[in-house]
Design a protein around this ligand. Structure first.
Ligand code: EPZ
Length: 424
């Protein structure tokens, strides 16, 4: 298994091109199932999760081709003239939970779907009850059998008013996609407002869907007989943006993040500014550098958008390990998303966890160590810690990083980081 070796302590300086958002690209790819016309996506990141989604979609008859674009992203064409299979097998779903996103589109277009239940996950129990209940409210008959969600809607789905008790990005996306081909009107209340959900709605509209309330927590979808093809550019990755912003701040560097915007990382930019980081719009991107002096501890609580994103919790905690004073980091979205804490402690961080909160007391310096993590964002937080730490850090289980960060070492090395991938 590959590892990443980092010699820390170098202030990172330079420019980093931000890739398209993984969490936008995955539902957009699933949306290709809704039409027999081609869907052309640009600014797609080349990541392990994108390959897994292509593999899954191929089971349903989707032909996909990916080519590099001059700008650095990728163009992905997806076409499925006929749905040739409705089974999303356990072997693929267990690798990537976002596989559940084929449930709504398959039911809407093919009238059936057999999707494996995803099972356990490193960051929490992550049930899919909201997805299932929403499809039932649209008239689908659903049984759970042999670890599979077996769903049928032979006469087609019908519009319904669905109010989510919990804000769920994936359930909102699944229901949205299903509703575009349902009979009648669907109202989604307490819908997720994440930029990736907005990106999906824009693409669906370009495909001919009728969606009102875009960007709000109440979406109204008028079902259509069929959708057409479209070309759509995937929005920039706000988590990658935030992660490299922390890399600039934690190393005392100065990085320009290109092809992204301050608006996309609103709550993260606000927290970083409070901590003493300059985060400024510059040209077609953001310039991030530390203001004078040591960083200040800032309390953070994760929330659905527009609140502070859970996908940036581990990274901001790492930043706070070197801040003056204390910072209370509270995780409200996932119940087990502090897996990075014991690893950061191995590097000299002072962190005490009480239930859903972690109290971080700043230390003057972290020291390098061999570390590993069990999910994507926890893993990248250890890379960030390694960049700031004295000496050598080896981050194990790099495959987590490959799921969500495109050319991570190359992007960091271009800014002066001493980082390499050790094969095997
Ligand atoms: C999306 O996951 C993202 N994944 C996650 O990114 C992100 O952490 C999460 O949203 C929250 O922002 C993708 O977009 C592919 P949810 P999702 O449904 O849709 C509970 C990363 O690192 N819930 O919004 O699966 C759930 O347990 C990842 O890139 C139910 O109870 O998240 C959680 O507490 C990891 N029942 C809360 O809702 C359900 O049926 C929010 O989860 C569904 C969710």
């Amino acid at each position: 298994m590959d590892r990443i070796r980092i010699i820390g302590g170098v202030p990172l300086k330079g420019a980093i091109q931000i890739s398209g958002a993984k969490n936008a690209a995955l539902p957009l790819m699933a949306a290709s199932l809704l039409t027999d016309r081609p869907l052309l996506l640009s600014n797609v990141p080349d990541l392990a999760d994108i390959a897994t989604m292509r593999h899954l979609l191929a089971q349903h008859g989707v032909e996909s081709h990916m080519t590099a674009e001059a700008a650095g992203g990728h163009r992905l064409s997806l076409a499925v003239p006929d749905i040739t299979g409705t089974l999303a097998p356990y072997d693929i779903v267990r690798k990537m939970r976002a596989s559940i996103l084929v449930l709504g589109p398959l039911l809407a277009r093919a009238g059936r779907a057999e999707v494996s239940l995803p099972g356990g996950c490193a960051i929490g129990t992550r049930p899919v009850n909201l997805h299932i209940e929403a499809m039932r409210e649209m008239g689908a008959e659903i049984e759970i059998e042999g670890g599979y969600i077996r769903a049928r809607a032979e006469g087609g789905l019908r519009g319904a008013t669905v109010r989510f008790g919990t804000v769920s990005v994936g359930a909102t996306e699944n229901l949205l996609m299903a509703a575009t081909l349902a009979r009648g009107t669907t109202v989604i209340e307490n819908a997720a407002r994440e930029p990736e959900v907005v990106d999906l709605t824009r693409c669906l509209v370009a495909m001919g869907a009728s969606i009102g309330g875009i960007g709000t927590d109440r979406l109204v979808v008028e079902g259509r007989e069929r959708l057409g093809g479209a070309s759509h550019e995937v929005l920039p990755d706000r988590v990658e943006t935030g992660t490299y912003a922390v890399a600039a701040a934690i190393t005392g560097g100065d990085i320009t993040l290109q092809g992204t915007s301050v608006e996309l990382i609103g709550a993260v930019a606000e927290t970083m500014r409070e901590a003493g980081v300059l985060v400024e719009a510059e040209g077609n991107g953001i310039r991030v550098r530390r203001a004078n002096g040591r960083l200040q501890g800032v309390d953070v609580m994760t929330q659905p958008y527009p609140g502070f994103p859970t996908d940036m919790q581990a990274q901001i905690m790492t930043l706070m390990t070197g801040a003056e004073g204390a910072a209370m980091i509270t995780e409200t979205i996932f119940e087990n998303r502090f897996m990075h804490v014991p690893e950061l402690a191995r590097m000299g961080a002072s962190i005490t966890v009480h239930g859903a909160s972690a109290l971080v007391r700043g230390v003057p310096r972290l020291t390098g160590a061999p570390v590993m993590a069990t999910d994507l964002r926890a893993s990248v937080s250890l890379v960030l810690a390694g960049l700031a730490a004295e000496g050598e850090t080896i981050v194990n289980r790099v495959y987590h990083l490959d799921r969500g960060y495109e050319r991570l070492e190359a992007k960091l090395a271009a800014c002066g980081a001493v980082v390499e991938r050790l094969k095997g």
